[in-house]
Design a protein around this ligand. Structure first.
Ligand SMILES: Cc1cc2nc3c(=O)[nH]c(=O)nc-3n(C[C@H](O)[C@H](O)[C@H](O)COP(=O)(O)OP(=O)(O)OC[C@H]3O[C@@H](n4cnc5c(N)ncnc54)[C@H](O)[C@@H]3O)c2cc1C
Length: 418
């Protein structure tokens, strides 16, 4: 089958890989000059099925009110008249019940766990290198109240058979020796030994090279303008470099997928939730993290990527703006120095922002649409790197008419029709 994939982020490139492996003729289109130059470029680097949870959770509306007034706030809502922002926030609030949370979380954990297994298999098969580490992740808590609050999460981990360790302050410093100097600021932590870390940009770039060797064509510097339909099929895609026909199309345009779908009358509730990261070279390895440390107070992740430290986090409702306010940079700099002081060279910090393609229920949208040859693989929000391989694998199975190895009926866009 001739398949065109729209978007060369981590989701589009992994989709291309698994579709090519299934024997299809695959072309990937992207407006950028190379793969992974938008949201997949400088994320926090966690491959973390253990922490796969929707942001829409019971108690979040109250917490969100508090965050809005914090100095180093994890959530920022810029004043906006954009009806899409308000509609999306309303949908998200409706998902903050215990019942919705548990349905949404179970979907996310299912795809994330499967994705980690697919990533491991892909690594074994190809030997791909991306500054990866398989040393687990550690969430640290600064107050006893936060620490006591993990009982709920632990129950979910137990029920899902996910390995975990609860550590006191010294236990945290034993697994992350860089915390030794700052351990008095934390009361304890939750470690998930099965989680991994790695550079999503390096991974996607390397996989794009392997996909090209396997016969995939990449059309870069090519803007996607609009779909051309014929009855209930997509016949072709009009691009800045001409029109492209195919048997099947896959929408993997991240935060821009709803704009592409609008002329088709397909309403996809994905909103661009902005996040920031900072990357600094390591100057004192003994003070640096060995893997990912999540700071629950600031809702950020501090990750070791080779000879660099990456800190990523924060959520900003600000439309499609990717500006980099000095205040957010100060928050990220503060986050590294507070726990891993002196580990990195702040004078060489690289600051970045990206737009998470977020669904209101936290679960990605993977599967068919009402156009018989148009599939979606998008809406991965906070966990697109964690979920990419598994999402792409099930997408490739669906397109090929093969039964996916996990349940997928509740992942398609049709779940919003109910
Ligand atoms: C600060 C931050 C930290 C994060 N940390 C983590 C983490 O630790 N772990 C994790 O699992 N996830 C993390 N994420 C989420 C993860 O980065 C995203 O979910 C993932 O990158 C989304 O991939 P994607 O391929 O769907 O989108 P993208 O990478 O944005 O790819 C979409 C592609 O579509 C192309 N495109 C869009 N419109 C057009 C058009 N009209 N014409 C042509 N091309 C077009 C773009 O150029 C782009 O290349 C983080 C995100 C942020 C912002």
């Amino acid at each position: 089958m001739k398949i065109v994939i729209l978007g060369a982020g981590v989701v589009g490139v992994t989709s291309a890989w698994y579709l090519a492996k299934a024997g299809h003729s695959v072309t990937v289109i992207d407006r950028q000059p190379a793969a992974a130059l938008e949201t997949s470029f400088a994320n926090a680097g966690e491959v973390s099925p253990g922490y796969s949870s929707p942001w829409a959770a019971p108690g979040i509306p109250m917490k969100a009110m508090k965050w809005l007034f914090m100095e180093h706030a994890p959530l920022i809502i810029r004043p906006t008249a954009d009806p899409a922002a308000w509609r999306w926030m309303g949908q998200m609030l409706r998902n903050c019940t215990s019942a919705r949370y548990s349905v949404n979380k179970s979907r996310m954990v299912r795809i994330a766990e499967y994705s980690r297994d697919c990533l491991m298999a892909l690594r074994d098969e190809t030997g791909i290198q991306y500054d990866q580490r398989t040393q687990g992740t550690l969430e640290v808590f600064r107050t006893q109240k936060q620490f006591d609050g993990i009982a709920k999460d632990v129950a979910v981990l137990k029920a899902g058979g996910v390995a975990y360790e609860i550590l006191d302050r010294d236990g945290c410093a034993a697994v992350e020796p860089g915390l030794s100097a700052s351990k008095d600021k934390i009361v304890g932590g939750l470690r998930l030994p099965g989680d991994e870390t790695g550079d999503c940009f390096m991974f996607t770039t390397e996989l794009a090279k392997l996909a090209e060797q396997a016969g995939v064509t990449f059309l870069y510097d090519t803007g996607i303008l609009r779909p051309i339909t014929e009855g209930n099929r997509v016949k072709a895609i009009e691009t800045t470099k001409g029109t492209l026909e195919a048997d099947t199309f896959v929408g993997a345009l991240g935060s821009y997928t709803p704009q592409f779908l609008k002329p088709l009358g397909v309403d996809l509730p994905v909103y661009p939730v902005k996040g920031y990261s900072i990357t600094v070279p390591i100057i004192d390895a003994a003070r640096a993290p060995v893997s990912t440390v999540m700071d629950e107070a600031h809702k950020i992740a501090i990750t070791r990527l080779g000879d660099r430290i990456r800190v990523g986090g924060m959520a900003e409702i600000a439309g499609f703006s990717k500006d980099l306010p000095a205040k957010r940079q100060a928050t990220l700099t503060h986050s590294i120095e507070d726990l891993f002081g002196g580990a990195g060279d702040q004078s060489q910090a690289k600051f970045w922002s990206g737009l998470r393609p977020m669904t209101p229920d936290g679960t990605p949208v993977i599967g068919p649409t009402r156009y018989t040859n148009l599939y979606l693989n998008t809406g991965h929000g906070t966990l697109g790197w964690t979920m990419a391989c598994g999402s792409a694998r099930v997408l490739a199975d669906m397109v090929s008419g093969t039964r996916p190895e996990i349940e997928t009926g509740d992942l398609a866009i049709s779940r919003y029709a109910a």
